[in-house]
Design a protein around this ligand. Structure first.
Ligand code: ADP
Ligand code: MG
Length: 476
């Protein structure tokens, strides 16, 4: 892209900012980037699907007009979602909405062809407050407890038992886990449990809904009413907090959080990463989030997967009495299908589809064929910086404190550089974040270390092997 293009983009942004106002601009357009201009098409990208669809449905014309004002040849704007992070090693994660069924079963994708029951409306109070839709299947009853989620489950139960006016034990309750490990299930269970009593106002919002509600309120000059609504509730749950973005959104979130916590109301948050890793959030918000109880849910172990499958099957058989899956098939799925709860459901749905379409009983052989693509690939694990530090320290016989210290002796400097290099290549953390996690170093120091090791591995095969070995240990 040329510098003229960039200059043009700057002017367009200024124009846009003037048109929509600073608040809206920073909420929706601050992270938009120009990817290129070809003939009559401008290519822009934003980091999330939500931003993309929001901009497309609300600002498409305005955006085009702003471009045309400066560059009449522009006829079309192509808006795409860029991956917010560059994953060097990991394949792109599956989008959460990806249908679990193969497309040839599209005729039975929803409703009675799956294991999902008919959807009941959420409680009236929850709807009236503008809560996100609740899935009636996601309740405590259907949540299977195992080693990886015991603590999170117990904490959610504890919150669910609270009564209006009770003192709050941990606030906020912050649950983090990877995709498909039950965060939404747990939060919605809590919402159902709370709404069942009608005594407490329990509100479940996705971060997107939170942003949407707030902006909608801003635009109708009704921010005060919105704030009052939010602050009137007893338990506020925000799901997928990692999607919260924009300065004004953060400020509003922070306000809401503080107001609720100070008033002794319960806040429950779910996110795909711990507070310390929510890099786009300001430090004070992060520390407030970390100030309650932070619980991680690990990946679903085989035993837990089997229990989930069994409970799914029991529920499914209520609707499809003829549907049976022999125990060895369940065991096979539990053993081979990925850690992700969504794929488990997908696998069962396929078996159901198959048995409905063909009328044949389910066998191991057929199951192997049907779920082949869900079988766990060698998924690269989510590597943590702490693990890197621990394993590197062990390997080079130094302490983790040495790695974080300012000591500059050779026996510490090299392992430290290797650890920073691994942090950059195996995690999604930014350079400044890595610097912070390595004893508050500057991002340029991290960059230097990364480059240094990159260069060395080209010439030093022993080092290259050592690093490969470390990587393997970390990804096991
Ligand atoms: P997340 O929000 O963490 O991405 P979800 O809560 O949407 O994950 O879970 C994905 C699927 O796996 C859902 O169908 C959910 O019901 C199921 N699931 C995950 N964990 C459990 C569990 N412990 N017990 C029962 N079902 C689970
Ligand atoms: Mg979720």
């Amino acid at each position: 892209m040329t510098s003229t293009d960039q200059a043009l983009w700057l002017r367009v942004k200024d124009r846009l900012r003037a048109e929509v106002g600073e608040d809206i601009f920073s909420s929706w357009f601050a992270r938009m980037e120009l990817d290129g201009i070809t003939d009559d098409t401008v290519k822009l990208s934003v980091p999330t699907r939500f931003l993309k669809s929001w901009i497309q449905s609300h600002y498409a014309e305005k955006l085009l007009a702003c471009w045309q004002a400066d560059h009449a040849a522009v006829a079309r704007i192509e808006l795409t979602m860029r991956s917010s992070v560059i994953r060097h090693l990991a394949p792109k994660p599956k989008p959460p909405e990806a249908p679990a069924h193969p497309s040839n079963f599209s005729d039975i994708k929803s409703g009675s062809g799956t294991l999902r029951g008919p959807t009941a409306p959420a409680s009236a109070a929850h709807d009236a407050l503008g809560g996100s839709p609740l899935d009636p299947r996601l309740t405590f009853d259907s949540f299977v407890v195992g080693r990886s989620n015991t603590l999170a489950h117990a904490a959610a139960r504890q919150v669910a038992q609270g009564r209006r006016g009770d003192s709050v034990m941990f606030n906020p309750l912050f649950i983090h886990a990877g995709v498909g490990l039950g965060k939404t299930h747990l939060l919605q269970s809590l919402a159902w449990a709370g709404n069942a009593t009608a005594e407490r106002k329990v509100l479940y919002l996705t971060a997107e809904r939170f942003m949407y509600g707030f902006v909608a309120a801003l635009r109708t000059h009704n921010a005060i009413a919105f704030k009052e609504t939010v602050r009137a509730i007893d338990v506020l749950m925000i799901d997928d907090l990692q999607f919260l973005q924009g300065k004004s959104m953060q400020a509003e979130f922070c306000h809401t959080l503080n107001a609720l916590i100070d008033a002794g109301r319960q806040v429950v948050i779910a996110s795909d990463r711990p507070p310390s890793d929510l890099e786009t959030l300001e430090e004070r918000v992060r520390s407030r989030l970390a100030g309650g109880l932070v619980v991680e849910m690990g990946s679903l172990g085989e035993e837990l997967r089997l229990e989930i499958l069994k409970s799914r099957l029991t529920a499914g058989r209520l609707m499809h009495p003829g549907f049976d899956v022999p125990a060895p098939v369940l065991a096979y799925i539990a053993k081979t299908v990925t850690h992700n709860g969504r794929d488990l459901e997908g696998a069962l749905n396929r078996l159901l589809a198959h048995s409905k379409l063909t009328g044949q009983p389910i066998t191991l052989e057929m199951a192997e064929r049907e779920v082949r693509d869900l079988v766990r690939p060698m998924e690269p694990k989510r590597v943590k910086i702490e693990d890197i530090q621990r394993i590197v320290a062990r390997q080079y016989n130094v302490s983790r404190a040495d790695l974080l210290s300012s000591r500059r002796t050779a026996n510490v400097v090299r392992p430290r550089q290797i650890a920073m290099f691994l942090a950059k290549t195996l995690t999604l953390r930014s350079l400044p974040e890595i610097g912070r996690r390595f004893g508050g170093r500057d991002h340029t120091t991290v960059l230097h270390a990364v480059r240094k090791i990159e260069n060395l591995v080209h010439s030093d095969t022993a080092l290259a092997e050592e690093i490969e070995l470390l990587k393997r240990q970390l990804q096991e």
